[in-house]
Write a protein that binds this ligand. Structure first.
Ligand code: ADE
Length: 251
């Protein structure tokens, strides 16, 4: 069973609507798991809630209760690489926990007992998501978004790139903090869940893929951009990319 998880209720609701009335809902630990079929593939959809603990708990439940053999995480992220613009899509390459610091017992960012600092996404899922995102941005994005959203966020030629990602329990809204993060980790963007899901998937030998749309530049304007963006753009993007991804797999 493939699982699709997001830290945005808007994204999950958009996909749940696509499943239709045959979907079943299971409530566990303050989450609703929606089991059904999306574009020919049986999937379970769930809102992870926010942060690493929430994402890890949701991942563990997906694996132990729903038999997930792969997890795709969709959501938004703040840009760290200055070449990224709001509306670009990042496909996750390697995931770091930027707030992991067990010095002097382990190196900074090293995950205790796993002997690694970064966890790669699954190569097959990564390639499939890269194709799905590139196709969506080339062919689907202009018709999927409203003219108001395109204008408001200046979405003229959004691109998709594969980059390393940092996760941690912090919303970045300060340029100096972003510069400091970039000086210690070679990441393109920052978010709050991906690396936790990556760790649970690694520990259970489960495939993991990550799609993140850039919602803000992790600077002082981040909170304003973020709230408007998830309503007007993020749910449309994840719907379009997941649709391409699942349709290609069902072929
Ligand atoms: N997700 C989206 N924007 C973010 C930011 N600025 N910091 C952390 N997570 C985010």
């Amino acid at each position: 069973m493939l699982a699709i998880m997001s830290a945005l209720t808007e994204e999950i609701e958009h996909l749940v609507a696509e499943m239709g009335p045959t979907a079943e809902i299971f409530s566990r630990g303050m989450r609703n798991y929606h089991k059904g079929v999306l574009w020919g593939t049986p999937v379970v959809l769930v809102f992870s809630r926010w942060g690493k603990v929430s994402a890890a708990a949701t991942s563990a439940c997906l694996i132990s209760e729903f038999g997930a053999t792969g997890i795709i995480f969709t959501g938004v992220a703040g840009a760290v690489d200055p070449r990224l613009k709001v509306g670009d899509v990042v496909i996750g390459n390697r995931l770091y926990q930027h707030d992991m610091d067990a010095r002097p017992l382990f190196e900074r960012h090293e995950i205790p007992l796993l002997k690694i600092t970064a966890i790669p996404t699954d190569a097959v899922l990564r390639a499939q998501l890269e194709k799905a995102a590139a196709d969506f941005l080339q062919h689907g994005v202009h018709t999927a978004l409203t003219a108001t959203a395109r204008k408001r966020f200046n979405l003229t030629a959004p691109k998709s790139v594969t980059l390393d990602v940092a996760s941690g329990d912090k919303f970045f809204a300060n340029k100096a903090e972003v510069r400091e993060l970039r000086s210690r980790l070679p990441v393109g963007c920052v978010e709050m869940e991906g690396a936790a899901v990556a760790q649970v998937c690694l520990e259970h030998s489960i495939r993991f893929g990550l799609i993140r749309t850039i919602s803000d530049s992790a600077d002082e304007a981040a909170p304003i951009d973020f709230l408007a963006f998830i309503k007007e753009v993020a749910a449309v993007y994840s719907h379009g990319i997941i649709k391409n991804f699942l349709k290609n797999r069902a072929k």
